[in-house]
Design a protein around this ligand. Structure first.
Ligand code: ADE
Ligand code: ZN
Length: 344
């Protein structure tokens, strides 16, 4: 991929929102190396080239096993806070103004962390990020489908009892096969009762049915990935009708082998059908990407022009769970940027 310097600069300056990024998966290579050297008994790579090799995934299950192994390096609320602050710095560097960070709180609880301490670490990391960078962070808590209903219960009870500042969403990640979305309806109902919007992963590695189940049983307002919708015209029509947004993560889908290549990614099918789509990174530290790169891919591979990239940035803000004044502020910044850059 050869990107023009002009396009790279345009994307780098574009104010935008990130709606799908996992806290652990976002940790940079240097951050993970620092943790693996601090906790050598975990047996994870201690050198950069080994870690990059460790991050080459054979298939989706292999990706999940690596992801779970990396989770074991996050052991204390201070580790959690450091990850949040590191992510905040990385987001600021790519002109992300607002981000919804997915936190698998259950992993932290299973690691023996104090439940209140986890929420305090999230609140403190968010406050420090806002003060230092101006980036507004919000949180989504995802159930890990590998932990079944017991994990769902731990996740929702924790969110009910220890609401961190900036809690906005409730999700479902991990394996999709063998983790039917319908099984988690109770947890998502409880999440809605405490003001958390439904944003499950679906249609990433299984077919359209998991998206339909997410709409019908979980009341999804956005879908994590959702790329399988491209296989089903009536489902795309339903997403449009219900005004549901997809959090598309192109590089992730190639790295986890959910799709064979960027060229075969269904982004364009979804967008041209009129489905609302946003661009996201998922696990940028593991996939060696950032949000600027995803926008550049949209231009270079999917043929989205500057006006289209501006619209994608606006869509990321509009479909976020941010408070209206936050949305209005970032949308105004995008309008100013458009006026300045398109008149050049
Ligand atoms: N957790 C982190 N990344 C994920 C992905 N791409 N799908 C499901 N769960 C995840
Ligand atoms: Zn994800």
């Amino acid at each position: 991929m050869t990107t023009s310097p002009d396009m790279a600069a345009f994307v780098a300056g574009l104010p935008k929102a990130e709606l799908h990024v996992h806290l652990q998966g976002a940790a940079s290579v240097p951050t993970i190396l620092e943790l693996s050297r601090r906790y050598p008994e975990a047996g994870l790579p201690l050198e950069e080239d080994e870690l990059r090799e460790f991050y080459r995934f054979r298939d989706f299950d292999h990706f999940l096993s690596v992801y779970m192994a990396v989770n074991e390096l996050v052991r204390t609320p201070d580790d959690v806070q450091a990850l949040v602050e590191g992510l905040g710095r990385d987001l600021a560097a790519v002109n992300v103004r607002y981000a919804e960070v997915t936190v698998t709180a259950d992993s932290h609880l299973l690691a023996g962390m104090d439940p209140a301490g986890v929420a305090e670490a999230l609140s403190a990391g968010r406050a420090a990020t806002l003060a230092r960078t101006g980036v507004e962070l919000a949180y989504t808590y995802d159930i890990n489908g590998a932990h079944g209903l017991a994990g769902a219960e731990r996740t929702i009870s924790w969110a009910e009892r220890f609401p961190a500042e900036g809690s906005v969403g409730f999700g479902l990640g991990g394996p999709e096969a063998g983790a039917p979305r319908t099984a988690y309806a109770d947890a998502f109902n409880r999440a809605r009762d405490i003001g958390l919007a439904s944003v499950p992963h679906a249609g990433e590695t299984t077919g359209p049915q998991s998206i339909r189940d997410s709409l019908d049983a979980l009341g999804a307002v956005r879908i994590g990935h959702g790329i399988a919708a491209a296989q089903d015209r009536s489902l795309m029509a339903e997403l449009i009708e219900r005004d549901v947004v997809l959090e598309v993560c192109p590089t992730s889908n190639v790295c986890t082998r959910a799709v064979d290549s960027l060229e075969e990614h269904p982004f364009t099918i979804l967008r041209e059908a009129g489905v609302r789509v946003t661009l996201n990174t998922d696990d940028p530290g593991m996939f060696d990407t950032d949000l600027n790169r995803e926008y550049v891919i949209a231009h270079d591979v999917f043929g989205v022009d500057r006006t289209g990239l501006l619209d994608l940035a606006r869509e990321s803000v509009r479909s976020s769970l941010a408070a209206q004044p936050v949305k209005d502020r970032i949308l105004a910044e995008i309008d100013d940027y458009a006026a300045a850059s398109l008149s050049e």
